[in-house]
Design a protein. Structure first.
Length: 754
């Protein structure tokens, strides 16, 4: 009581420790810079208070004025108001006491961060857990209990209901455990999970009759719904797999799944870039297909032109009929123009009418009957529908008027009758001219065949020219799109680099503030992934010179890519080499050989150029004295050290709930206390943590906001205590379960001589 009263006097009139003098800040925080003679075992706990010379006095903004009730206050976290809760708050003030900087804009601690959270789980008729409801804190939850008390079963029930049990990256051992737990859900079992997203949207997810459904909702795509729930589950085996590494040909090890953890720091940005990447790949594929089609059509166009040219030469070879033949050709050309002047006869305009009719008939009415402005929108909707009908009618009349007008151009022209007659009789007149020149019927028949062939060939040429023009007007340049794709890959890498730096700055030793991990990202340097992509493009016939040297050529390409460090992709480097912009030699295969192979396999080449070689992540781990313990790349880290790195990355992120089953396994107790606990304390106010554990450090020194203690009774796990450490039942359960009872704890204390 004396210390509390004295502290109240010291800080009277102050708004926060940050506004004290540097000397007082050193004293209160009891850090390394504090004078040794003044340094306390734990930092001093403080509360803000006022003299309360006024009772309630509010300013114009309805905020308390100086020295009135509420002008200075502190937030204290408690299970319930009690002397023990206050004692716990002073023992662990960093976790339980918040001093507002400015009461005029202060926000309740629970509302400072909007986050997704699991609210509760209720269990009925399960095999190994008693009927009960468990309500979770939005911060740190610790589930404790002896072996077989149901801790892990509870974690797996959450995983099953949120459908995170079918993910591709779950290892076989974890799958087997999940399946065993699922088998404990009898036919009459009912499990219900309530969860709330960061925007306050709530759902009840229910397991009943061997299936999962969402209460009072008909999901259009359940897979997408559950996939978008931002909750992560990790067992000890999964933590091990996160940092499992494989060695490449240079004996450099890569933990490929660490990339997932790095991406978790900027998931929204990474997902957005991934969406852009997918869309660009589709555009590149379409543009490449159109380009290939345009080249094919152009080749066909030249073939038709050549054939027409040959037919025309045959036509013109009969000199005695040249004048008549030329006139006949000109008349036929005029006839073709008239037929094609309006496009495919009549079709353009009937298509316009059909389109407008479809728009008018497919009008979608305003759906809501109970919206705030429903009457206005229904009137507006009716007007829009009528306007569409009027538009359809207007366009139909306009097309009819257009047709009448065009026909009128010819009907009103005095010369049209003669022109029409001459065009109609062109073939017969030419036939008569041929007979007058002494040509035989066979000659005339042959000329008519050539003439018909010329006409048909010209129509094919005109149609093909139209198709080529349409393609040229619609497709984008694949080269430009591929460069945009490369820019997305570089942007992804930059985001990952920033995320790695953020993780490095978060994971620091509590006392020395040195980093204990150093994550680094390397651009497209997953050699195993490179080889997989390169082999997908490989020739089928390995007997050719190209096939025999394919792997060596790929190795040279990869090595040059690593050395250059300025290429957006190995495939960009290969493309530049093929077109002569890259002068460095790749050996074993000539440019001509590779160019021919690329041209013959254009679709596979496009797929390769759109394939991203994965980035790699390396992790170094440092000891408390700053010396290097090892790295994943050199394969020198133990399982426990690798798990340390994985946990550091997981906890450094912000995001949805993180559920971990026994994270302390394979970690030494010194690390758990000195590094893992400070990380948990730093993170728990930003995201929900649910941890099943056997290590007392996590609930006690981590100052768990909620502890659930389980005990096996009659073969079923049942809650024996729940709440914070300011609850007597909870502290007793922690002592009994995690310390081996109070007596065992007391005897160990005596052995330690403190």
């Amino acid at each position: 009581m004396f210390d509390a009263w004295l502290l109240g006097g010291i800080i009277r009139g102050l708004q926060s420790i940050r506004q004290m003098s540097k000397g007082f800040q050193k004293l209160f925080r009891s850090g390394e810079d504090c004078e040794p003679a003044w340094k306390r075992t734990r930092p001093i706990a403080t509360l803000m208070s006022s003299d309360n010379k006024k009772l309630i006095d509010l300013d114009d903004n309805q905020k308390p004025t100086p020295n009135s009730i509420g002008y200075r206050y502190s937030w204290i976290k408690m299970s319930e108001p009690s002397i023990e809760s206050l004692r716990q708050a002073f023992l662990d003030h960093e976790s339980r006491i918040i001093l507002p900087d400015n009461v005029s804009n202060d926000i309740h601690p629970d509302k400072r961060i909007r986050q997704t959270k699991i609210q509760s789980i209720s269990i009925k008729n399960a095999a190994f857990l008693a009927d009960q409801e468990i309500r979770f804190s939005p911060n740190l939850n610790c589930v404790i209990g002896g072996r077989g008390s149901g801790k892990s079963t509870l974690i797996e029930y959450l995983r099953i209901l949120l459908e995170k049990d079918q993910l591709k990256d779950i290892d076989e051992q974890t799958k087997e455990r999940i399946n065993r737990v699922r088998d404990t859900l009898k036919c009459d079992a009912k499990i219900e999970v309530c969860w709330e997203n960061a925007d306050g949207v709530k759902d009840r997810i229910i397991w009943e009759k061997d299936r999962v459904n969402v209460y009072e909702r008909e999901l259009l795509d359940p897979e997408t719904y559950f996939k978008n729930i931002p909750i992560s589950f990790y067992s000890q085996q999964q933590l091990n797999r996160l940092t499992e590494s494989v060695a490449d040909d240079d004996n450099i090890r890569h933990a490929q799944r660490l990339l997932e953890l790095i991406d978790g720091f900027s998931k929204n940005d990474i997902d957005e870039l991934a969406n852009q990447e997918r869309m660009l790949k589709l555009q590149i594929q379409e543009a490449s297909n159109n380009l290939y089609k345009a080249k094919t059509l152009d080749k066909e166009f030249k073939r038709l032109q050549q054939e027409y040219q040959e037919l025309n030469r045959q036509w013109q070879a009969r000199s005695e009929i040249q004048v008549d033949a030329r006139k006949h050709q000109q008349l036929k050309s005029e006839a073709r123009y008239l037929n094609n002047a309006l496009g495919e006869p009549g079709k353009q305009f009937s298509d316009v009418v059909d389109l407008v009719d479809m728009i008018a008939s497919s009008h979608v009415r305003f759906p809501a009957e109970d919206s705030p402005h429903a009457p206005w929108f229904h009137q507006y909707d009716e007007k829009v529908k009528n306007a569409k009908n009027d538009l359809a009618l207007t366009i139909r009349k306009a097309v009819e008027q257009f047709t009448t007008t065009i026909d009128g151009f010819k009907a009103s022209d005095l010369t049209w009758a003669n022109i029409e007659n001459e065009l109609r009789e062109a073939d017969e007149k030419f036939k008569e001219a041929c007979a007058a020149k002494g040509l035989t019927p066979n000659d005339v028949g042959r000329l008519q065949e050539i003439n018909q062939a010329c006409t048909k060939k010209q129509q094919e040429i005109d149609k093909l020219a139209t198709e080529i023009k349409a393609l040229e007007n619609t497709f984008s340049d694949p080269k430009t799109l591929i460069q945009q794709l490369y820019q997305i890959w570089i942007a992804q890498f930059n985001i990952r680099t920033k995320a790695a730096n953020l993780a490095n700055n978060q994971a620091v030793f509590n006392e020395s503030h040195r980093r204990f991990i150093e994550a680094s990202v390397k651009y497209q340097q997953d050699y195993k992934n490179f080889c997989e992509l390169w082999q997908q493009f490989a020739p089928i016939d390995k007997r050719t010179r190209l096939g025999k040297n394919w792997e060596d050529f790929g190795q040279n390409l990869y090595t040059l890519f690593i050395q250059r460090q300025d290429a957006a992709s190995p495939w960009e480097l290969l493309y530049n080499w093929l077109v002569g912009e890259e002068k460095a030699g790749l050996g074993v295969v000539s440019v001509q050989e590779m160019s021919q192979y690329v041209n013959e396999n254009s679709e596979k080449w496009v797929r390769l150029r759109c394939s991203r070689v994965q980035d790699t992540v390396d992790m170094k781990l440092f000891r408390a004295d700053g010396t290097l313990a090892g790295s994943i790349a050199d394969g020198s880290l133990s399982d426990g050290q690798r798990n340390t790195a994985a946990l550091a990355l997981l906890l450094a992120q912000e995001g949805g709930p993180l559920v971990i089953d026994q994270p302390e396994d394979e970690l030494d107790s010194n690390f758990v206390f000195r590094e893992l606990i400070p990380m948990l304390r730093k993170v728990k106010s930003k995201r929900q943590l649910i941890i099943a554990t056997h290590n007392a450090n996590l609930p006690v020194n981590g100052d768990a906001d909620l502890v659930y203690a389980f005990e096996a009774r009659d073969g079923k796990g049942e809650i024996i205590a729940n709440g914070g450490l300011d609850q007597k039942g909870v502290t007793k359960a922690v002592l009994d379960i995690m310390e081996g009872t109070e007596e065992a704890f007391r005897r160990r204390r005596e052995k330690y001589h403190f």
